[in-house]
Ligand binder design. Structure first.
Ligand SMILES: Nc1ncnc2c1ncn2[C@@H]1O[C@H](COP(=O)(O)OP(=O)(O)O)[C@@H](O)[C@H]1O
Ligand SMILES: [Mg+2]
Length: 252
């Protein structure tokens, strides 16, 4: 049945659809692919080299990506680092541990009927829910069902067992997490990782945010591995906004 909408309503719906289409196109643009700009691919390669260097002294080849607030670009950076590491032929697992606003299934276009939360809650087993070979050498564990008690789940001994197994099976394990300024979930992963990659976003993250982010990491006696700054635009010849650059800063 076709419902006739008043003109105003029709225009609103059209505008909303246009925004949604634009959003999903932009999302694709931020994820590494064959079409990605040279500068972005190279920036991730250099971040990868630095992270590998930071991890070389550590027995755990696992790290988490976090930031102070939501929307900073954590999930995008986690996905891109996972893609970049897998391109070296290393076996990589990306886990979506943001059990509040999970996003990896959208970014990588995967099903998310069950995943990390269901596995930690012992409803399913890892082999049944992991997405194998999303790209060559890249496996992904999506968040799974959003639970009422994310922090308790992350503290569960089931995660200790999983992390131990993953360390044996993968060269690198990358955890995508919720923002540290909002919940403590990211810090709860501390024992399973070597440290944290901290994401800041141009024109959004403030000095105060960075101070609080580092304070939280320090109080928990956790290790920052480095910063990745996203959303840096560069003025082109005609004053147009150019590429999105990603910078990596080693943390000392
Ligand atoms: N470098 C970037 N430049 C512009 N937009 C970006 C960039 N990285 C991510 N985004 C966009 O910002 C939004 C939030 O990113 P996301 O990675 O989900 O953040 P978080 O996980 O920190 O909440 C998404 O729409 C994403 O496409
Ligand atoms: Mg996210």
């Amino acid at each position: 049945m076709k419902v006739k909408l008043p003109g105003q309503k029709r225009r609103e719906i059209k505008a909303e659809q246009a925004v949604n289409t634009k959003k999903s196109k932009n999302k694709d643009k931020n994820v590494l692919s064959e079409k990605s700009k040279f500068a972005i691919v190279e920036a991730y390669k250099s971040a990868r080299t630095n992270i590998m260097f930071s991890l070389s002294a550590s027995d755990k080849k696992a790290f988490a990506v976090t930031s102070y607030a939501k929307g900073d670009g954590k999930s995008t950076v986690a996905a891109n680092l996972a893609i970049s590491f897998s391109k070296m032929g290393k076996k990589v697992l990306l886990i979506d541990c943001d059990l509040r606003r999970p996003n990896q299934h959208n970014i990588l276009k995967l099903e998310n009927k069950a995943g990390f939360s269901d596995m930690i809650g012992r409803m399913v087993v890892f082999d049944d829910v992991v997405h194998r070979d999303v790209l060559p050498c890249l496996d992904v564990l999506t968040s799974g069902t959003i639970p009422p008690n994310p922090s308790e789940l992350i503290c569960s001994p089931e995660l200790d067992r999983l992390a131990e197994r993953l360390e044996r099976e993968y060269d690198y394990v990358i955890y995508d997490t919720p923002p540290i300024g909002v919940v403590a979930d990211a810090i709860l992963l501390k024992e399973h990782i070597s440290g944290y990659i901290l994401v800041t976003r141009e024109r959004k993250t403030t000095h105060g945010d960075i101070e609080k982010l580092l304070d939280n990491i320090k109080i928990a006696d956790a290790k920052p591995l480095g910063f990745i700054r996203v959303g840096v635009t560069h003025e082109g010849k005609r004053g147009r906004r150019g590429y999105y650059y990603y910078y990596y800063y080693q943390y000392y």
